[in-house]
Design a protein around this ligand. Structure first.
Ligand SMILES: *Cc1c(COP(=O)(O)O)cnc(C)c1O
Length: 349
């Protein structure tokens, strides 16, 4: 306790439904499992669904999956650091990139291993996280094509991550046209034109012009069954493949408002509460150290009213006994923290 129950069949179901959906318009799925720190069990299950490229943001997670015997093509989602270039080419097959100095290092290290590392150049389309500006794409491609240790494997874009910018029809056409331009100008074929992430679901459903986009990197939709522009459930997918289960450590009827002289709380905030009289206050043995408390929802009639680093406080409609187990739905940020925490047991059901 606490434990994270993982229903691997629900994840497999989600992976298969999405793979088939996107394949209908010629788009392959790269499964992004950084949200579960590259769990080898989950990676293996997804590979068994016929998705052959697995992506994470940390090289350590690729190493872990390989050492556990997962056979897949591995893609690194976070731009490589100079200091990890040697490890990147050793463990990852493909990496997303935007800096020529880094790509040069990847090439050098790759040559030493007698390999050719695949590089996908990220194009900035307005979300303002990673990527070269579209007008600078030629500049970086000119230089990549001179390097012997890397293969220009494609281009990609990432939206709705930092700036919350929607992957619209216009943005996807811009990416597609950038790929056309590069293929024509340099007489090359780009095997991967990767349009985005789970936020591209709406675009995919509504567009008539996929253009030459042939890949999406999908994480949250596989793991939690939601698109990420509005966090709507995707039809036919499970949103409850993960269940957080924790134990009640105190349960009492107490006032709804703290009493005494109010100063700062554990996190340096001065909290405010509305007086609704005495309520069932239930304390759960988990806290901000292992979850983002805004990112968990109890499956009983109760509301999260706050947390400190190791206590989570609920207002429950009904009294609950100490020692009871409470189940919670979780969002992506809670999933990430729970997955990383050594204090939370992961149980496959
Ligand atoms: C995390 C990440 C993804 C996956 O995003 P989801 O919203 O989970 O589908 C895709 N691409 C990049 C570059 C990422 O960092």
């Amino acid at each position: 306790m606490p434990r994270l129950e993982i229903d691997i069949n629900k994840i497999k179901h989600n992976a298969v439904v999405l793979k088939e959906l996107f394949a209908a318009k010629g788009i392959s799925v790269t499964a992004v499992i950084k949200g579960v720190t590259g769990s080898p069990e989950i990676a293996q299950a997804i590979v068994e669904c016929g998705i052959s490229t697995i992506a994470v943001s940390l090289i350590q997670d690729i190493k872990k999956m390989k050492e556990s015997g997962v056979k897949a093509e591995f893609l690194l989602t976070r731009l490589p650091m100079h200091s990890e270039a040697a490890k990147v080419v050793r463990y990852a097959d493909i990496s997303l990139n935007s800096e020529i100095s880094t790509i040069k290092l990847l090439s050098e290290h790759s040559l030493k291993l007698g390999k050719r590392h695949k590089v996908v150049v990220m194009i900035e389309l307005g979300d303002l996280r990673e990527g070269v500006l579209p007008e600078d794409a030629d500049l970086i491609v000119d230089q990549i094509l001179l390097l012997k240790g890397v293969e220009l494997y494609g281009i990609g874009a990432n939206l709705a991550c930092f700036g919350g910018v929607k992957p619209s029809e216009d943005k996807m056409i811009e990416l597609s046209q950038t790929a056309d331009h590069l293929e024509e100008k340099y007489k090359i074929k780009l095997p991967m034109i990767s349009g985005g992430n789970s936020a591209n679901y709406e675009w995919f459903l509504s567009t008539n012009t996929i253009g030459n986009i042939n890949n999406l990197r999908i994480g949250e939709a596989i793991l939690l069954g939601r698109e990420t522009l509005h966090r709507n459930k995707i039809p036919k997918l499970y949103t409850d493949a993960f269940t957080l289960i924790c134990e009640v450590i105190e349960s009492k009827v107490k006032p709804s408002v703290p009493y005494g002289e109010i100063c700062q709380n554990a996190f340096g905030d001065i909290p405010e509460f509305t007086d609704i009289g005495a309520i069932n206050r239930v304390i759960i043995g988990i806290g901000e150290q292992d979850i983002n408390t805004k990112a968990v929802t109890p499956r009983i009639h109760a509301e999260v009213i706050g947390a400190s680093s190791d206590h989570l406080i609920l207002h429950s409609e009904n009294p609950i006994e100490v020692g009871c187990e409470i189940e919670f739905d979780i969002t992506y940020s809670a999933l990430l923290r729970l997955s990383i925490s050594p204090y939370v047991n992961k149980v496959f059901v």
